[in-house]
Design a protein around this ligand. Structure first.
Ligand SMILES: Cc1cc2nc3c(=O)[nH]c(=O)nc-3n(C[C@H](O)[C@H](O)[C@H](O)COP(=O)(O)OP(=O)(O)OC[C@H]3O[C@@H](n4cnc5c(N)ncnc54)[C@H](O)[C@@H]3O)c2cc1C
Length: 407
């Protein structure tokens, strides 16, 4: 009967007074970790506490691009496994995550960009990831609608093609993980905000919420753009994270013209065509930290100009919807994944910037190992927050970035 469908996850009647672990944030990383705690470690006395509704944050706003061709030795193995996990998880959850491995084409618009790509391709290939450099003619063969002439403001010099990447339906990931975790007994509590974290003798003891206190020995801060504020305000731990807005939009539905994800750092534009025919496109971040999720005319104009330069056949096509979300940026564009330091039982998974969708499942899997055993898995160790004070920053971005109004 219409409107009486079976709920995907159970509505918990009330918040219990104690849990083995409390996860702050019903986003991608919080739900994935809860799912793996329950399925791999039998830890189902776990609550995911979400102040709005699951998927409210970046989880429900991202452009759903997944790929493994990152830049650095520390990041590549994580993202490689992440990409391999989508079909596995689809089977395991028995839930169609709509993984479409259509391939990613990242365009270069100068000799310098091609050189940087050559290094990135070599690093990816070293880790067994399919990534290659192609020339403008091959770019055109892959994406016939692409303008590879020298009429462009920034002509195309070549591209980095990564066949196994693509897109996954982001809402399906949220719903599938929530459903899987809930079936294993995890409580998914929506509309409840975490307002404080209790610590005694250097250990986590409780979590305060606007619906009461929960006693627990473990807390995971997976609050996305709000993770740094939570750490600072509730525990006095300052994290080097700036919060910036990313805007995105979709065009009206079109017949199929774009069969790959394309992106261009120079034009600050990435795009793919959804199964519904809309061209979904994301822009660069707003240039200074803020917490707004408002769209601006500037980016709508910018995207229209960039898209119609690269794909002239889109001239005259209308944008149908625009939206914005928040990105938690670290100076080296790599996340902070940490635990038990300096507070025993306090775990962090944040600073994902615009990479937090593609990485959520693999991170949840290893973070669950970490939280269940107390021992950080090897693959997560490079992401400790201590790297910033030890001057061991990663090179996921060509230059370290301090996001400020002066950018
Ligand atoms: C426009 C846009 C495009 C993007 N495109 C991509 C992409 O193509 N590929 C990619 O890999 N990544 C992309 N990202 C980034 C990705 O969406 C994020 O990195 C990812 O969502 C981070 O996941 P998370 O679980 O850490 O946080 P979120 O998904 O943001 O979840 C955090 C949750 O915590 C909740 N919360 C906050 N404070 C509290 C509190 N006090 N108590 C309880 N709950 C709280 C929030 O309501 C939220 O639901 C994009 C982001 C944006 C905005």
């Amino acid at each position: 009967m219409l409107g009486r469908g079976k709920r995907l996850w159970s509505r918990s009647k009330r918040l219990k007074s104690s849990y083995d672990a409390v996860i702050i944030g019903g986003g991608l990383h919080g739900l994935a970790t809860a799912y793996f705690l329950a399925t791999r470690h039998g830890m189902n006395h776990v609550a995911v506490v979400e102040k709005r509704y699951i998927g409210f944050g970046g989880a429900g706003r991202n452009t759903a691009i997944v790929r493994a061709n990152q830049r650095t030795q520390e990041n590549l193995p994580l993202y490689k496994e992440a990409l391999e996990l989508w079909p596995v998880l689809t089977q395991e959850l028995d839930f169609n995550l709509m993984f479409y491995n259509c391939g990613n084409l990242n365009l270069a618009h100068s000799e310098a960009a091609l050189k940087a790509m050559r290094l990135q391709v070599a690093s990816a290939q070293f880790h067994g990831i399919d990534s290659r450099l192609i020339d403008p003619k091959e770019c055109k063969e892959l994406v016939p609608a692409l303008d590879v002439s020298d009429r462009l403001r920034y002509p195309i010099y070549g591209g980095m093609y990564h066949p196994p990447g693509g897109i996954v339906r982001h809402d399906a990931v949220v719903w599938g993980l929530a459903s899987g975790a809930s079936q294993k007994g995890v409580d998914i509590i929506q509309g409840v905000a975490v307002t404080g974290i209790g610590v005694q003798g250097g250990r986590i003891t409780s979590v305060e919420t606007d619906h009461g206190t929960i006693t627990t020995p473990r807390v995971l801060n997976a609050a996305g753009a709000y993770a740094a504020a939570i750490s600072c305000e509730m525990l006095g731990m300052r994290l080097p994270i700036s919060v910036l807005t990313i805007q995105a939009m979709v065009t009206q539905p079109l017949k199929p013209i774009l069969h790959h994800v394309i992106s261009s750092g120079t034009y600050h534009c990435y795009a793919n065509q959804t199964l519904k025919g809309e061209v979904a496109t994301g822009a660069h971040m707003d240039p200074w930290p803020n917490y707004t999720t408002q769209c601006t005319a500037h980016y709508i104009k910018h995207q229209a100009e960039a898209l119609t330069q690269l794909l002239p056949c889109l001239k005259g096509v209308k944008f149908m919807r625009a939206w914005a979300g928040l990105a938690d940026m670290t100076p080296d564009m790599a996340p902070i994944i940490d635990g038990n330091d300096p507070v025993r039982g306090y775990y962090l998974d944040c600073g994902w910037g615009y990479f937090g969708f593609k990485s959520c499942v693999v991170t949840g899997k290893y973070l669950a190992d970490f939280m269940a055993s107390g021992v950080c898995p090897q693959i997560l160790r490079p992401f400790t927050g201590r790297r910033f004070e030890q001057h061991r920053l990663m090179g996921e971005t060509p230059a370290l970035v301090h996001y400020s109004p002066d950018n």
